[in-house]
Design a protein around this ligand. Structure first.
Ligand code: AMP
Length: 281
């Protein structure tokens, strides 16, 4: 039976009881407005754990002041229906004041990692993601937590935090779910009108080009990014924030592209900022 909890104490109590009974717990942190990408994480968690907790919390701390916190899509009732039909055990849906009472004052910073890729464009974002993820880990105490490769930099900072703070949780990263046309599923896709949805295909087209250039024996990052930029430029309303080819652990840009390199990009389609990435195979 699905339980929905807003209080940290209630969630803690339920999950402590589960631990006492020897049940394993999988956690999927989300901001709601669930789509098949989120659900793929839920399904994997259900295969690997006795109990599954989905947190739904639009974390105000991780949005910049000109970003879309207020209009971020919210569909709580529908999310609950879907998760209930899947047999999820607990939805943890705290309020902002439950998570961050007025006196809250602790932060997390990452020396290098938070300045790479999206970090350059979203100062403070990854520190704020780390804070909410750490709080969720401490409240839920999961055996495993599930994240999507779609937010590659997020997976790297979460893994870093887990290692640095010796947290006893296994981080699982699952592949990006896409529409048939290649567009990565994202809660923010609802911002796109039909014309913009077509423009948004430039991200995956550019990424696919990167892989095919590597397949053809081209291994220079500069050459590959230039070809990708050409593709983005061919789409009229797309403006590029960045294309970066990086080492998957350090997020440092590399000159050579190899198996395991991450090709990541962020593009604005109209007002909507989209991100995507692939791992070169
Ligand atoms: P969000 O609600 O956007 O914060 O996402 C919650 C989790 O779902 C994060 O770990 C995301 O990386 C993951 N996620 C988002 N989109 C996708 C997708 N298209 N495929 C797989 N996982 C995803």
């Amino acid at each position: 039976m699905l339980k929905i909890m807003r209080s940290i104490d209630d969630a803690r109590k339920m999950l402590h009881d589960s631990k006492r009974k020897g049940l394993s717990t999988g956690l999927i942190p989300t901001m709601g407005a669930l789509h098949e990408g989120h659900l793929s994480l839920v399904k994997q968690a259900q295969r690997e754990n006795d109990e599954v907790v989905v947190s739904i919390f639009v974390n105000p701390l991780q949005f910049g002041k000109d970003e879309d916190f207020n209009r971020y899509p919210r569909s709580f009732d529908k999310d609950c229906e879907v998760l209930s039909s899947m047999g999820v055990d607990l939805i943890f849906n705290p309020t902002a004041s439950e998570m961050y009472p007025p006196e809250f004052s602790t932060g997390i910073t990452f020396h290098h990692l938070e300045k790479k890729l999206c970090g350059k464009f979203r100062p403070g974002h990854f520190g704020a993601v780390a804070v909410v993820v750490l709080k969720l880990f401490l409240i839920v105490n999961p055996d495993r937590a599930y994240f999507g490769q779609k937010d590659f930099q997020q997976t790297v900072i979460v893994k870093r935090m887990v290692a640095d703070f010796n947290l006893d949780v296994e981080i699982k990263v699952l592949p990006t779910m896409r529409n048939a046309d290649g567009l990565a599923l994202s809660s923010r896709n609802v911002y796109l009108n039909n014309a913009e949805k077509r423009e948004a295909l430039c991200l995956y087209q550019a990424l696919t080009k990167a892989q095919s250039l590597v397949n053809a024996g081209i291994a220079t990052a500069m050459e590959i990014t230039q070809e990708m930029e050409k593709i983005i430029r061919a789409f009229k309303t797309a403006t590029l924030d960045y294309i970066s080819i990086v080492n998957p652990d350090t997020l440092e840009e590399t000159q050579e592209v190899y198996r395991g390199s991450v090709v990541a990009l962020a593009v604005k389609i109209g007002k909507t900022r989209l991100i995507d990435n692939i791992i070169i195979v």
